[in-house]
Design a binder for this molecule. Sequence first.
Ligand SMILES: [Zn+2]
Length: 73
Amino acid sequence: MKNTRLCPKCQSSDIIRIRGKQEAYGAGNYVRVGFIANAGVHRYVCLTCGFTEEWIDREDLDRIRKKYKDEKK
Ligand SMILES: [Zn+2]
């Protein structure tokens, strides 16, 4: 959905992206992943069937990897 811009459920291309960081405080779309604050979670919403997906920014993934690398045993 993020890459294809197509809804995987109904194949609609009527999809919007909601930026997590910009709407952090207003829309309640600001998600903490475990202990990781400030991870920007962006939501893709299909305006045809209502399916949603959530993605975390690439730069946040690098931060998450560093933070939890030592815990993967
Ligand atoms: Zn859909």
